[in-house]
Design a protein around this ligand. Structure first.
Ligand code: ADP
Length: 357
């Protein structure tokens, strides 16, 4: 029961909770007790029992520390780490980097800098990677918040959480605030299953914060979803998340570029042909391709470690290569995350969203 009501608590929070529960029990039997002054006699301690009520009282006063801390970082991802997606990169560069780099141009041209971007596309297609790259290239700080975490961790505190995130972003500007899986909190109001109104309150807070962002305040929100059709329309209106960027399932050319990114530091045998790999990987998204490359390296390592005398390892490791066979093995191990059916579903959703705009 306590485990259930302590979402987001770390060990130290639980320790405080236990201590505070015990203190409540003590106060209950000795309300007049002055801890600084009074000695507590052994008899009192022996009869001391911490009850459920004591814990419940304690729980009111303790917040999970995970939520009190909003982490700010400058990511180390660059545009070169993102394979393919040339159009998407260009859009992000213009939308986010330009207003930060060339505010005078925006002023002269009377152009509004974007406050918010919605990136939509299937999971694993590189949305997080792109957001980090744009933050890094624009030399911005980066605050990352996952939708479901916002709801679970900040138990009853989600709106305050949103407020704190924006405050932190302002005080560290320029900042990119990254809201991952925004549909989990900002699905159309009143349509969420089992919603206790939290989602609705969080969306209101988000709207308030977005509307309150001053022009060129150097705070920009990037939100992601794979269900753009479910996002509360109010969030997508002008001045809010009004720039919409599609991050598609990679085509053959893009897959080759993603393979290039993930094999650039690996020792490849001449038999490995990236064109062939790109051809063989219909339906694989960036995250799948990364997994294929990892799996192929693992296969090569396994073969090497099992066949070589540990004494000779250091001398021979330089000759080890990842071969076509290792990649063939990896392709058997890693399945594409987009099947023809799911692809059709995504395309339908995306088409609907595009035409509704
Ligand atoms: P999303 O946010 O769309 O779910 P991520 O950006 O988290 O996807 O991608 C997960 C991982 O997959 C990345 O860390 C990266 O290693 C790999 N990946 C995804 N897309 C690409 C891409 N276009 N180029 C290179 N790597 C990619």
């Amino acid at each position: 029961q306590y485990a259930e009501s302590t979402h987001g608590f770390v060990g130290a929070d639980l320790e405080s909770l236990a201590r505070e529960g015990a203190m409540n029990a003590l106060r209950r039997i000795r309300p007049d007790l002055d801890l600084e002054e009074d000695e507590i006699d052994a008899e009192v301690l022996e009869s001391l029992q911490v009850t459920e009520r004591d814990f419940k009282e304690a729980l009111k006063g303790i917040q999970p520390s995970a939520m009190r801390e909003v982490f700010v970082e400058v990511p180390d991802v660059t545009w070169d780490d993102v394979g393919g997606l040339e159009d998407t990169k260009e859009r992000l560069r213009e939308t986010i980097q330009w207003p930060l780099d060339y505010p005078e141009v925006f002023e002269q041209m009377d152009m509004q800098a974007a406050k918010g971007v919605l990136m939509y596309g299937p999971p694993g297609t590189g949305k997080t990677l792109l957001a980090k790259a744009v933050a890094n290239e624009a030399q911005s700080n980066f605050i990352s918040i996952k939708g479901p975490e916002l709801l679970n961790k900040y138990v009853g505190e989600s709106e305050k959480g949103v407020r704190e995130v924006f405050e932190k972003a302002r005080s560290n500007a320029p900042t990119v605030i990254f809201f991952d899986e925004i549909d989990s909190i900002a699905g159309q109001r009143g349509r969420q299953q089992g919603d206790s109104g939290v989602g609705e309150r969080v969306v209101s807070q988000l709207l308030t914060e977005l509307d309150g962002l001053e022009e060129l305040e150097d705070v920009v929100v990037i939100a992601t979803t794979n269900r753009p059709d479910l996002i509360d329309q109010a969030l997508l209106r002008p001045g809010r998340l009004d720039r919409h960027v599609h991050v598609p399932v990679p085509d053959e050319g893009a897959r080759k570029k993603i393979f290039e990114v993930h094999t650039r530091d690996k020792p490849l045998a001449d038999s490995v042909d990236l064109d062939w790999l790109a051809e063989e990987t219909e339906g694989y998204v960036g995250a799948d391709i990364e997994a294929v490359c990892r799996e192929a390296s693992m296969a090569a390592s396994r073969e090497f470690i099992n066949s070589v005398d540990p004494e000779e390892m250091a001398d021979t490791i330089g000759n080890v290569r990842i071969s076509k066979e290792h990649f063939e093995h990896a392709l058997e191990e890693v399945n594409p995350s987009v099947t023809p059916e799911t692809r059709e579903q995504y395309e339908e959703i995306e088409e609907q969203f595009d035409t509704a705009e």
